[in-house]
Design a protein around this ligand. Structure first.
Ligand code: GUN
Length: 279
């Protein structure tokens, strides 16, 4: 029987754990406050931001919203980030990506104080993760590892293949699987014979950003398949980078979309908000 990895349920457990920690910290006088910045009105970003603020309210973290117009300048955004860096009440800062084309995501991320970097995107956080030092971990990759651990799927010694090499998901996911003693291969758009690589995987993490890209012929019998993608199909239904219906018999475990990796990203963000407040 194929195991359905229930990200929604596991994320709910984590949020309840965070809520308990936040209550305890509050009773000792510590308040946690996340500043969320959105630039423009990308509908997907609006949904993500709304869900992040809802999760904050649930666990007892205050959230402050900053909405900048699409036409705002990079200087204006960096100015706001710097003001929030100085604001002692604010313990975490999140700039929702993607940013409009005229802004450099790199410059904006670099402007966030590493102590308030709840996304784990700052070069200091990335460097610490790379070296296996304590620090803020990016939420989607750490959510994937947590999802595997809480589903009793061991990573140690396993052939792990990550498809995609973005700074937000693919690259950090590869590093975190390596940290858990996986044998890690990263496949990407220039990889030759990609099926030969993905078919080696005991654990396949897919973050390519292409709907239904991975079908049954890309996976080994009994593989664990983690789908990071989220798209709308022709009928406006949500789907992932993996053709769930096609792989579900062949895989030993698979994440659904929605209800797999997505909710984990937000749960791990809540954890990072608590960690940042300790800095
Ligand atoms: N856009 C897509 N994923 C993320 C994320 O994890 N954090 C931020 N800030 N923006 C995103």
């Amino acid at each position: 029987m194929t195991q359905l990895i229930d990200g929604k349920k596991i994320a709910a457990q984590i949020k309840d754990e965070v809520k308990y920690d936040v209550d305890k910290l509050r009773s000792r006088g510590r308040e946690i406050c996340l500043a969320v910045i959105q630039v423009g009105h990308d509908p997907a970003s609006t949904v993500y931001v709304r869900n992040k603020k809802r999760a904050c309210a649930y666990v007892g973290i205050e959230s402050l919203s900053y909405e900048l117009d699409e036409s705002a300048s990079e200087e204006e955004l960096i100015g706001l980030v710097e003001k929030l860096n100085e604001n002692e009440k604010v313990t975490g800062i999140l700039v929702q990506l993607p940013l409009p084309k005229h802004m450099s995501e790199k410059k904006v991320i670099n402007a966030i104080s590493p102590n308030k970097d709840v996304d784990g995107f700052h070069p200091e956080s990335a460097g610490r993760m790379c070296r296996g030092e304590k620090g803020m971990l990016p939420c989607t990759p750490s959510g994937i590892v947590e999802l595997l651990k809480r589903s009793d799927i061991s990573i140690d010694g396993k052939e792990c293949v990550v498809v995609g090499r973005s700074n937000i998901v693919g690259k950090p996911a590869a590093l975190l699987l390596l940290r858990e003693n996986g044998t890690v291969t990263v496949a990407h758009s220039h990889t030759k014979n990609i099926k030969d690589i993905t078919k080696r995987a005991d654990i396949l993490v897919v973050a390519v950003g292409k709907p239904l890209f991975i079908t049954a012929d890309y996976i080994k019998e009994g593989a664990v398949v983690i789908d990071v993608g989220i798209h709308r199909d022709e009928e406006n239904h949500l789907c992932g980078d993996v053709d769930f219906e096609d792989v579900k018999e062949k895989a030993s475990a698979v994440t659904p979309v929605p209800g797999g990796v997505g909710p984990m990203t937000i749960a791990m963000l809540m954890r990072n908000c608590v960690a940042a407040s300790e800095k």
